[in-house]
Ligand binder design. Structure first.
Ligand SMILES: NC(=O)c1ccc[n+]([C@@H]2O[C@H](COP(=O)([O-])OP(=O)(O)OC[C@H]3O[C@@H](n4cnc5c(N)ncnc54)[C@H](OP(=O)(O)O)[C@@H]3O)[C@@H](O)[C@H]2O)c1
Length: 374
Protein backbone atom coordinates (compact mmCIF):
# COMPACT_ATOMS: atom_id res chain seq x y z
CA UNK A 1 0.00 0.00 0.00
CA UNK A 2 2.90 2.28 0.90
CA UNK A 3 4.30 1.78 -2.57
CA UNK A 4 1.27 3.52 -4.10
CA UNK A 5 2.44 7.06 -4.92
CA UNK A 6 0.74 9.92 -3.09
CA UNK A 7 -0.61 11.48 -6.26
CA UNK A 8 -2.40 8.23 -7.11
CA UNK A 9 -4.03 8.20 -3.68
CA UNK A 10 -5.09 11.81 -4.09
CA UNK A 11 -6.55 11.21 -7.57
CA UNK A 12 -8.39 8.09 -6.36
CA UNK A 13 -9.70 9.96 -3.30
CA UNK A 14 -10.97 12.79 -5.47
CA UNK A 15 -12.54 10.32 -7.87
CA UNK A 16 -14.39 8.54 -5.07
CA UNK A 17 -15.53 11.91 -3.63
CA UNK A 18 -16.74 13.12 -7.04
CA UNK A 19 -18.61 9.88 -7.75
CA UNK A 20 -20.25 9.81 -4.33
CA UNK A 21 -21.15 13.50 -4.64
CA UNK A 22 -22.92 12.92 -7.94
CA UNK A 23 -24.90 10.01 -6.50
CA UNK A 24 -25.84 11.92 -3.33
CA UNK A 25 -26.84 14.96 -5.42
CA UNK A 26 -29.04 12.81 -7.64
CA UNK A 27 -30.71 11.28 -4.58
CA UNK A 28 -31.19 14.52 -2.61
CA UNK A 29 -32.20 16.54 -5.68
CA UNK A 30 -35.57 14.79 -5.72
CA UNK A 31 -37.39 13.01 -8.53
CA UNK A 32 -38.46 14.66 -11.76
CA UNK A 33 -41.98 15.99 -11.88
CA UNK A 34 -43.56 13.32 -14.03
CA UNK A 35 -47.32 13.61 -13.46
CA UNK A 36 -49.22 13.11 -16.69
CA UNK A 37 -50.75 16.54 -17.28
CA UNK A 38 -52.00 17.61 -20.65
CA UNK A 39 -51.00 21.23 -21.24
CA UNK A 40 -50.92 21.06 -25.04
CA UNK A 41 -51.77 24.50 -26.42
CA UNK A 42 -52.04 26.13 -22.98
CA UNK A 43 -50.54 29.61 -22.75
CA UNK A 44 -47.77 29.98 -20.18
CA UNK A 45 -45.62 32.96 -19.26
CA UNK A 46 -42.34 32.52 -17.38
CA UNK A 47 -40.43 35.57 -16.19
CA UNK A 48 -36.64 35.35 -16.11
CA UNK A 49 -36.83 32.34 -18.44
CA UNK A 50 -33.39 32.71 -19.98
CA UNK A 51 -31.47 31.36 -17.01
CA UNK A 52 -31.49 28.97 -14.04
CA UNK A 53 -34.79 27.71 -12.69
CA UNK A 54 -36.93 29.76 -15.10
CA UNK A 55 -35.17 28.31 -18.13
CA UNK A 56 -35.74 24.75 -16.95
CA UNK A 57 -39.38 25.45 -16.12
CA UNK A 58 -39.95 26.96 -19.57
CA UNK A 59 -38.21 24.02 -21.24
CA UNK A 60 -40.38 21.45 -19.46
CA UNK A 61 -43.56 23.40 -20.26
CA UNK A 62 -42.47 23.50 -23.89
CA UNK A 63 -41.66 19.80 -23.96
CA UNK A 64 -45.20 19.14 -22.73
CA UNK A 65 -46.61 21.13 -25.65
CA UNK A 66 -47.52 24.46 -24.05
CA UNK A 67 -47.20 27.76 -25.86
CA UNK A 68 -44.54 29.49 -23.81
CA UNK A 69 -43.70 33.17 -23.56
CA UNK A 70 -40.21 33.85 -22.24
CA UNK A 71 -40.45 37.20 -20.46
CA UNK A 72 -36.86 38.45 -20.29
CA UNK A 73 -34.95 41.70 -19.92
CA UNK A 74 -32.17 40.88 -22.37
CA UNK A 75 -33.16 40.17 -25.96
CA UNK A 76 -30.02 38.24 -26.90
CA UNK A 77 -30.05 36.02 -23.83
CA UNK A 78 -33.75 35.41 -24.44
CA UNK A 79 -33.18 34.49 -28.09
CA UNK A 80 -30.41 32.07 -27.10
CA UNK A 81 -32.68 30.44 -24.52
CA UNK A 82 -35.49 30.18 -27.06
CA UNK A 83 -33.16 28.48 -29.52
CA UNK A 84 -31.99 25.98 -26.86
CA UNK A 85 -35.57 25.20 -25.83
CA UNK A 86 -36.69 24.80 -29.41
CA UNK A 87 -33.79 22.44 -30.21
CA UNK A 88 -34.47 20.39 -27.08
CA UNK A 89 -38.26 20.15 -27.45
CA UNK A 90 -39.06 20.72 -31.12
CA UNK A 91 -41.86 23.02 -29.96
CA UNK A 92 -42.11 26.03 -32.26
CA UNK A 93 -44.52 27.87 -30.00
CA UNK A 94 -41.84 29.47 -27.88
CA UNK A 95 -41.76 33.24 -28.00
CA UNK A 96 -39.33 35.81 -26.68
CA UNK A 97 -40.92 38.90 -25.22
CA UNK A 98 -39.03 41.81 -23.79
CA UNK A 99 -40.07 42.42 -20.20
CA UNK A 100 -37.81 44.32 -17.82
CA UNK A 101 -39.35 44.03 -14.38
CA UNK A 102 -37.32 46.99 -13.22
CA UNK A 103 -39.44 49.25 -15.43
CA UNK A 104 -43.19 49.57 -15.02
CA UNK A 105 -43.40 50.95 -18.54
CA UNK A 106 -41.70 47.84 -19.90
CA UNK A 107 -44.08 45.58 -17.97
CA UNK A 108 -47.04 47.56 -19.27
CA UNK A 109 -45.82 47.19 -22.86
CA UNK A 110 -45.29 43.47 -22.35
CA UNK A 111 -48.86 43.08 -21.10
CA UNK A 112 -50.29 45.13 -23.98
CA UNK A 113 -48.62 42.79 -26.45
CA UNK A 114 -49.70 39.62 -24.65
CA UNK A 115 -53.28 40.87 -24.53
CA UNK A 116 -53.11 41.62 -28.22
CA UNK A 117 -51.70 38.17 -29.08
CA UNK A 118 -53.60 35.96 -26.63
CA UNK A 119 -57.23 35.78 -25.51
CA UNK A 120 -56.26 34.11 -22.26
CA UNK A 121 -53.34 33.08 -20.08
CA UNK A 122 -53.32 29.67 -18.36
CA UNK A 123 -50.16 29.89 -16.30
CA UNK A 124 -47.98 32.71 -15.03
CA UNK A 125 -44.71 31.79 -13.34
CA UNK A 126 -43.27 34.81 -11.54
CA UNK A 127 -39.72 33.54 -11.35
CA UNK A 128 -37.32 36.37 -12.25
CA UNK A 129 -35.20 37.58 -9.40
CA UNK A 130 -32.14 39.46 -8.31
CA UNK A 131 -30.22 38.87 -5.11
CA UNK A 132 -27.84 41.01 -3.10
CA UNK A 133 -25.47 43.61 -4.49
CA UNK A 134 -25.07 47.29 -3.72
CA UNK A 135 -28.21 49.38 -3.42
CA UNK A 136 -29.57 50.36 -6.81
CA UNK A 137 -32.91 51.70 -7.90
CA UNK A 138 -35.18 50.78 -10.77
CA UNK A 139 -36.36 53.18 -13.47
CA UNK A 140 -39.26 54.07 -11.19
CA UNK A 141 -37.07 54.69 -8.15
CA UNK A 142 -37.74 51.44 -6.30
CA UNK A 143 -34.89 49.68 -4.51
CA UNK A 144 -34.01 47.03 -7.09
CA UNK A 145 -34.60 43.81 -5.15
CA UNK A 146 -38.00 45.03 -3.96
CA UNK A 147 -38.69 46.55 -7.38
CA UNK A 148 -37.89 43.47 -9.47
CA UNK A 149 -38.72 40.60 -7.12
CA UNK A 150 -41.95 42.06 -5.73
CA UNK A 151 -43.26 45.28 -7.33
CA UNK A 152 -42.57 44.27 -10.95
CA UNK A 153 -44.35 40.96 -10.45
CA UNK A 154 -47.15 42.59 -8.45
CA UNK A 155 -47.78 44.96 -11.35
CA UNK A 156 -47.44 42.27 -14.03
CA UNK A 157 -49.81 39.85 -12.31
CA UNK A 158 -52.47 42.47 -11.69
CA UNK A 159 -52.36 43.59 -15.31
CA UNK A 160 -52.77 39.98 -16.45
CA UNK A 161 -55.68 39.20 -14.15
CA UNK A 162 -58.35 39.51 -16.83
CA UNK A 163 -56.37 37.18 -19.12
CA UNK A 164 -55.86 34.69 -16.29
CA UNK A 165 -59.56 34.76 -15.46
CA UNK A 166 -60.34 33.93 -19.07
CA UNK A 167 -57.93 30.97 -18.82
CA UNK A 168 -59.54 29.61 -15.63
CA UNK A 169 -58.81 27.17 -14.20
CA UNK A 170 -55.48 28.94 -14.36
CA UNK A 171 -52.54 29.37 -12.00
CA UNK A 172 -50.02 31.92 -10.80
CA UNK A 173 -46.85 30.60 -9.18
CA UNK A 174 -44.60 32.98 -7.26
CA UNK A 175 -41.06 31.72 -6.79
CA UNK A 176 -40.31 32.74 -3.21
CA UNK A 177 -37.65 31.44 -0.83
CA UNK A 178 -37.00 30.27 2.71
CA UNK A 179 -35.14 33.60 2.91
CA UNK A 180 -38.56 35.08 3.67
CA UNK A 181 -38.29 33.62 7.19
CA UNK A 182 -35.55 36.15 7.90
CA UNK A 183 -37.48 38.92 6.16
CA UNK A 184 -39.10 41.98 7.72
CA UNK A 185 -41.34 44.43 5.89
CA UNK A 186 -39.91 47.78 6.85
CA UNK A 187 -43.08 49.85 6.90
CA UNK A 188 -41.16 53.01 7.79
CA UNK A 189 -38.63 52.57 5.03
CA UNK A 190 -39.91 49.96 2.60
CA UNK A 191 -37.59 51.25 -0.08
CA UNK A 192 -34.50 50.83 2.14
CA UNK A 193 -33.61 54.46 1.50
CA UNK A 194 -32.28 55.10 5.00
CA UNK A 195 -30.94 51.73 5.95
CA UNK A 196 -29.94 49.25 3.27
CA UNK A 197 -28.54 45.78 3.70
CA UNK A 198 -28.27 43.56 0.65
CA UNK A 199 -29.52 40.44 2.40
CA UNK A 200 -32.16 42.40 4.32
CA UNK A 201 -33.58 43.82 1.09
CA UNK A 202 -33.60 40.35 -0.54
CA UNK A 203 -35.29 38.77 2.47
CA UNK A 204 -37.86 41.57 2.52
CA UNK A 205 -38.61 41.06 -1.18
CA UNK A 206 -39.09 37.31 -0.69
CA UNK A 207 -41.38 37.91 2.29
CA UNK A 208 -43.29 40.30 0.03
CA UNK A 209 -43.71 37.41 -2.46
CA UNK A 210 -45.46 35.32 0.20
CA UNK A 211 -47.61 38.19 1.53
CA UNK A 212 -48.60 39.06 -2.04
CA UNK A 213 -49.50 35.42 -2.72
CA UNK A 214 -51.82 35.28 0.28
CA UNK A 215 -53.49 38.63 -0.37
CA UNK A 216 -53.91 37.90 -4.07
CA UNK A 217 -55.46 34.50 -3.32
CA UNK A 218 -58.13 36.22 -1.21
CA UNK A 219 -58.91 38.63 -4.01
CA UNK A 220 -59.10 35.85 -6.59
CA UNK A 221 -61.53 33.67 -4.60
CA UNK A 222 -64.22 32.29 -6.88
CA UNK A 223 -62.48 33.24 -10.12
CA UNK A 224 -60.86 29.88 -10.84
CA UNK A 225 -57.42 31.49 -10.73
CA UNK A 226 -55.16 30.11 -8.01
CA UNK A 227 -51.91 31.53 -6.69
CA UNK A 228 -49.24 29.83 -4.62
CA UNK A 229 -45.67 30.54 -3.56
CA UNK A 230 -42.86 28.01 -3.69
CA UNK A 231 -39.35 27.71 -2.33
CA UNK A 232 -37.47 25.75 -5.04
CA UNK A 233 -34.58 24.62 -2.81
CA UNK A 234 -31.00 25.85 -2.71
CA UNK A 235 -30.13 25.83 -6.38
CA UNK A 236 -26.85 26.39 -8.19
CA UNK A 237 -27.74 29.25 -10.59
CA UNK A 238 -26.59 32.70 -11.64
CA UNK A 239 -28.53 34.34 -8.80
CA UNK A 240 -25.35 34.96 -6.81
CA UNK A 241 -23.74 36.97 -9.62
CA UNK A 242 -24.07 40.29 -7.77
CA UNK A 243 -22.42 39.24 -4.54
CA UNK A 244 -19.32 41.05 -3.39
CA UNK A 245 -15.76 39.77 -3.71
CA UNK A 246 -15.47 38.10 -0.30
CA UNK A 247 -18.82 36.32 -0.48
CA UNK A 248 -17.99 35.15 -4.01
CA UNK A 249 -14.62 33.80 -2.85
CA UNK A 250 -16.24 32.05 0.10
CA UNK A 251 -18.82 30.46 -2.18
CA UNK A 252 -16.10 29.39 -4.61
CA UNK A 253 -14.20 27.66 -1.82
CA UNK A 254 -17.27 26.04 -0.24
CA UNK A 255 -18.90 24.97 -3.49
CA UNK A 256 -17.12 21.59 -3.87
CA UNK A 257 -18.09 20.67 -0.30
CA UNK A 258 -21.68 21.89 -0.66
CA UNK A 259 -22.05 20.46 -4.19
CA UNK A 260 -23.94 17.26 -3.28
CA UNK A 261 -26.49 19.20 -1.23
CA UNK A 262 -27.23 21.96 -3.73
CA UNK A 263 -29.72 21.31 -6.50
CA UNK A 264 -29.00 21.98 -10.13
CA UNK A 265 -31.43 24.20 -12.04
CA UNK A 266 -33.38 21.28 -13.43
CA UNK A 267 -33.88 19.79 -9.98
CA UNK A 268 -34.99 23.16 -8.56
CA UNK A 269 -37.42 23.61 -11.45
CA UNK A 270 -39.23 20.35 -10.63
CA UNK A 271 -40.61 21.91 -7.44
CA UNK A 272 -41.94 24.91 -9.34
CA UNK A 273 -43.45 22.61 -11.97
CA UNK A 274 -45.15 20.59 -9.24
CA UNK A 275 -46.96 23.68 -7.95
CA UNK A 276 -47.67 24.91 -11.47
CA UNK A 277 -49.06 21.69 -12.91
CA UNK A 278 -49.96 19.01 -10.40
CA UNK A 279 -53.59 18.03 -11.00
CA UNK A 280 -54.26 17.58 -7.27
CA UNK A 281 -53.52 21.28 -6.70
CA UNK A 282 -56.18 22.71 -8.99
CA UNK A 283 -58.13 24.15 -6.04
CA UNK A 284 -55.14 24.89 -3.82
CA UNK A 285 -54.53 28.59 -3.39
CA UNK A 286 -52.79 31.05 -1.07
CA UNK A 287 -50.30 28.43 0.11
CA UNK A 288 -46.56 28.43 0.61
CA UNK A 289 -44.74 25.31 -0.61
CA UNK A 290 -41.37 24.26 0.72
CA UNK A 291 -40.20 22.19 -2.28
CA UNK A 292 -43.32 20.10 -2.97
CA UNK A 293 -44.96 20.22 0.45
CA UNK A 294 -47.44 22.79 1.71
CA UNK A 295 -45.68 24.41 4.61
CA UNK A 296 -46.33 27.08 7.24
CA UNK A 297 -44.67 30.36 6.21
CA UNK A 298 -43.23 32.82 8.74
CA UNK A 299 -45.43 34.65 11.25
CA UNK A 300 -44.85 37.89 9.35
CA UNK A 301 -46.09 36.21 6.17
CA UNK A 302 -49.28 35.24 8.00
CA UNK A 303 -49.94 38.81 9.15
CA UNK A 304 -53.04 39.73 7.18
CA UNK A 305 -52.91 43.43 8.00
CA UNK A 306 -49.34 43.58 6.86
CA UNK A 307 -50.36 41.82 3.63
CA UNK A 308 -53.09 44.37 3.05
CA UNK A 309 -50.74 47.27 3.83
CA UNK A 310 -48.19 45.92 1.38
CA UNK A 311 -50.87 45.44 -1.26
CA UNK A 312 -52.21 48.98 -0.89
CA UNK A 313 -48.71 50.44 -0.86
CA UNK A 314 -47.70 48.42 -3.92
CA UNK A 315 -50.89 49.48 -5.66
CA UNK A 316 -50.14 53.11 -4.95
CA UNK A 317 -46.44 53.00 -5.82
CA UNK A 318 -47.03 51.24 -9.13
CA UNK A 319 -50.02 53.50 -9.93
CA UNK A 320 -51.89 50.29 -10.64
CA UNK A 321 -55.38 51.73 -10.71
CA UNK A 322 -54.48 54.33 -13.33
CA UNK A 323 -52.87 51.67 -15.51
CA UNK A 324 -55.84 49.33 -15.12
CA UNK A 325 -58.08 52.14 -16.28
CA UNK A 326 -55.78 52.89 -19.20
CA UNK A 327 -55.70 49.25 -20.32
CA UNK A 328 -59.35 48.65 -19.49
CA UNK A 329 -58.64 45.99 -16.88
CA UNK A 330 -60.96 45.25 -13.97
CA UNK A 331 -58.69 45.84 -10.91
CA UNK A 332 -58.76 43.53 -7.88
CA UNK A 333 -59.53 46.31 -5.46
CA UNK A 334 -62.36 46.62 -2.99
CA UNK A 335 -64.57 49.72 -3.07
CA UNK A 336 -63.86 50.59 0.58
CA UNK A 337 -60.11 50.52 0.13
CA UNK A 338 -58.12 53.67 -0.32
CA UNK A 339 -54.42 54.27 -0.50
CA UNK A 340 -54.73 58.02 -0.28
CA UNK A 341 -52.86 58.26 2.98
CA UNK A 342 -49.77 56.52 1.67
CA UNK A 343 -47.36 59.05 0.29
CA UNK A 344 -46.49 58.60 -3.35
CA UNK A 345 -42.97 57.65 -4.36
CA UNK A 346 -40.91 60.39 -5.86
CA UNK A 347 -38.15 58.89 -7.94
CA UNK A 348 -36.74 62.35 -8.50
CA UNK A 349 -35.81 62.76 -4.84
CA UNK A 350 -32.06 62.90 -4.42
CA UNK A 351 -31.99 59.88 -2.14
CA UNK A 352 -34.57 58.11 -4.28
CA UNK A 353 -36.40 57.76 -1.03
CA UNK A 354 -39.97 56.54 -1.37
CA UNK A 355 -41.10 58.01 1.89
CA UNK A 356 -43.96 56.07 3.41
CA UNK A 357 -46.22 57.37 6.11
CA UNK A 358 -46.55 55.33 9.24
CA UNK A 359 -48.80 52.36 9.33
CA UNK A 360 -51.14 54.01 11.80
CA UNK A 361 -51.77 56.76 9.26
CA UNK A 362 -52.58 54.18 6.65
CA UNK A 363 -54.66 51.96 8.81
CA UNK A 364 -56.58 54.51 10.81
CA UNK A 365 -58.44 55.84 7.82
CA UNK A 366 -58.62 52.76 5.65
CA UNK A 367 -58.64 49.63 7.71
CA UNK A 368 -60.93 48.38 10.37
CA UNK A 369 -58.17 48.30 12.98
CA UNK A 370 -55.36 50.73 13.37
CA UNK A 371 -52.42 48.63 14.38
CA UNK A 372 -50.32 46.08 12.61
CA UNK A 373 -50.73 43.06 14.82
CA UNK A 374 -47.81 40.74 14.61
N1 LIG B 1 -31.07 29.76 -6.66
C1 LIG B 1 -31.56 29.56 -5.44
O1 LIG B 1 -30.94 28.91 -4.57
C2 LIG B 1 -32.91 30.11 -5.09
C3 LIG B 1 -33.45 29.80 -3.83
C4 LIG B 1 -34.70 30.29 -3.49
C5 LIG B 1 -35.38 31.08 -4.40
N2 LIG B 1 -34.83 31.39 -5.61
C6 LIG B 1 -35.58 32.25 -6.52
O2 LIG B 1 -35.65 31.60 -7.78
C7 LIG B 1 -35.88 32.59 -8.79
C8 LIG B 1 -35.02 32.30 -9.99
O3 LIG B 1 -33.68 32.52 -9.67
P1 LIG B 1 -32.47 31.61 -10.18
O4 LIG B 1 -31.87 31.02 -8.98
O5 LIG B 1 -32.91 30.73 -11.28
O6 LIG B 1 -31.47 32.75 -10.67
P2 LIG B 1 -30.94 33.20 -12.10
O7 LIG B 1 -30.33 32.05 -12.82
O8 LIG B 1 -30.10 34.38 -11.84
O9 LIG B 1 -32.24 33.63 -12.87
C9 LIG B 1 -32.88 34.85 -12.59
C10 LIG B 1 -33.62 35.31 -13.82
O10 LIG B 1 -34.25 36.55 -13.51
C11 LIG B 1 -33.97 37.46 -14.57
N3 LIG B 1 -34.06 38.85 -14.18
C12 LIG B 1 -33.31 39.53 -13.29
N4 LIG B 1 -33.68 40.82 -13.28
C13 LIG B 1 -34.69 40.96 -14.16
C14 LIG B 1 -35.47 42.05 -14.61
N5 LIG B 1 -35.26 43.29 -14.17
N6 LIG B 1 -36.43 41.83 -15.53
C15 LIG B 1 -36.63 40.60 -16.02
N7 LIG B 1 -35.90 39.52 -15.66
C16 LIG B 1 -34.95 39.71 -14.74
C17 LIG B 1 -32.55 37.10 -14.99
O11 LIG B 1 -32.26 37.68 -16.25
P3 LIG B 1 -30.74 37.97 -16.71
O12 LIG B 1 -30.15 36.66 -17.08
O13 LIG B 1 -30.91 38.91 -17.86
O14 LIG B 1 -30.04 38.59 -15.53
C18 LIG B 1 -32.66 35.60 -15.00
O15 LIG B 1 -33.26 35.16 -16.19
C19 LIG B 1 -35.63 33.93 -8.11
O16 LIG B 1 -36.87 34.55 -7.85
C20 LIG B 1 -34.94 33.57 -6.82
O17 LIG B 1 -35.19 34.51 -5.80
C21 LIG B 1 -33.60 30.91 -5.97
Amino acid sequence: MNRIPLWTKVVCGLGVYAGTSVLVKEKLGGPDFDAAVDIGGKVAIVTGANSGIGFEVAKELASRGAKVYLACRDKDRCAAAREDIYLATDNKNIFCRYCDLSSLESVKRFVRRIRKDEDKVDLLVNNAGVMWGAREVTTDGFETQLGVNHLGHFFLTNLLVDSLKKGAPSRVVNVASTAHFKGKINVQDLNSANDYSESGAYNQSKLANVLFTRELAKRLQGTGVTVNAVHPGIVDTNIVRNTGFFTSMLMFILKPIAYPFIKNSKQGAQNVLHVALHPDLEQTTGKYFNLREISEPSNEALNEKLGLWLWLTSEKWTKLQETCKELNIQPLTHPWESVNNISIPDSKLKSNSLHVNTVSQVTSSNLTTNTLAS
